[in-house]
Design a protein around this ligand. Structure first.
Ligand code: GTB
Length: 217
């Protein structure tokens, strides 16, 4: 049965792989699960047909037979639970990898998204110049802690896992900000994720949408 995900028809990131379908594509590529992509305009995302799949009218969604999922973290978790390769089989290591999935989405991603949203939507506010350094420092605090935990290791807890997959996608939102580059081990960590063959296939697939030559995964 074919898996279908949804993605932006016109991603505002212009193919940089920053929208949240990227993490789902990457997970599917890591486990070797082929998938189809339904591209949606901003208007179509808010239509009742899509809201039946996603209560908040967003991408990505995931359909596999009778199962419909929304929330990129839940989708990656589902993929990781049902295929080998993204979660360790030993119970404690698996629990720790899942903890890193939550850490990526609940602890590291929020300050990064707050900063990105401020840059995108609050530039015209008189207080923007005062607020941005505060948001930058909140991001730096998290990155310093993450950097300290990662140390010289390749991945967060032993072998590459869904926790690393989510963390790398979260950190990529900072590329070009200069902040990620302040933490060389985190920059290298992101680079290791980006150099995985599955990442490259996922990135190419979403870039092909921007370039106007969409392919199936
Ligand atoms: N918590 C949800 C999840 O993880 O799945 C969040 C889903 C979400 O924010 N989806 C966004 C969306 O559908 C796209 S990814 N937005 C349309 C809407 O809400 O109407 C967020 C995103 C968008 C653009 C960039 N960018 O251009 O860099 C990066 C990330």
């Amino acid at each position: 049965m074919a898996v279908t995900i949804t993605a932006f028809e016109h991603s505002p990131d212009r193919g940089r792989g920053l929208a949240r379908d990227m993490r789902v594509r990457w997970a599917l590529e890591e486990v070797g699960q082929p998938y189809d992509v339904r591209l949606l305009s901003f208007g179509a995302m808010k239509e009742p047909a899509h809201r039946k799949l996603h209560p908040f009218g967003q991408i990505p969604t995931y359909e596999d037979g009778d199962l419909v999922l929304f929330e990129s973290g839940a989708i990656v978790f589902h993929v990781a639970e049902h295929h080998a390769g993204l979660l360790p089989s030993a119970a404690h290591a698996r629990a720790r990898a899942i903890a890193w999935m939550f850490a990526a989405l609940n602890t590291v991603e929020p300050p990064i998204v707050d900063r990105a949203s401020a840059i995108l939507m609050e530039r015209d506010k008189v207080w923007h110049g005062e607020r941005l350094p505060i948001l930058d420092d909140r991001v730096r605090n998290r990155l310093r802690e993450l950097s300290s935990r990662l140390g010289e290791a390749d991945w967060l807890d032993g072998a590459f896992s869904a926790g690393d997959l989510l963390m790398v996608t979260v950190l990529r939102r900072l590329i070009g900000s200069g902040i990620l580059e302040e933490y060389p081990n985190l920059s290298a960590y992101v680079g290791r994720g980006e150099s995985r063959p599955a990442y490259k296939r996922a990135f190419a697939a979403q870039l092909a949408v921007f370039a106007g030559t969409p392919q199936s995964g």
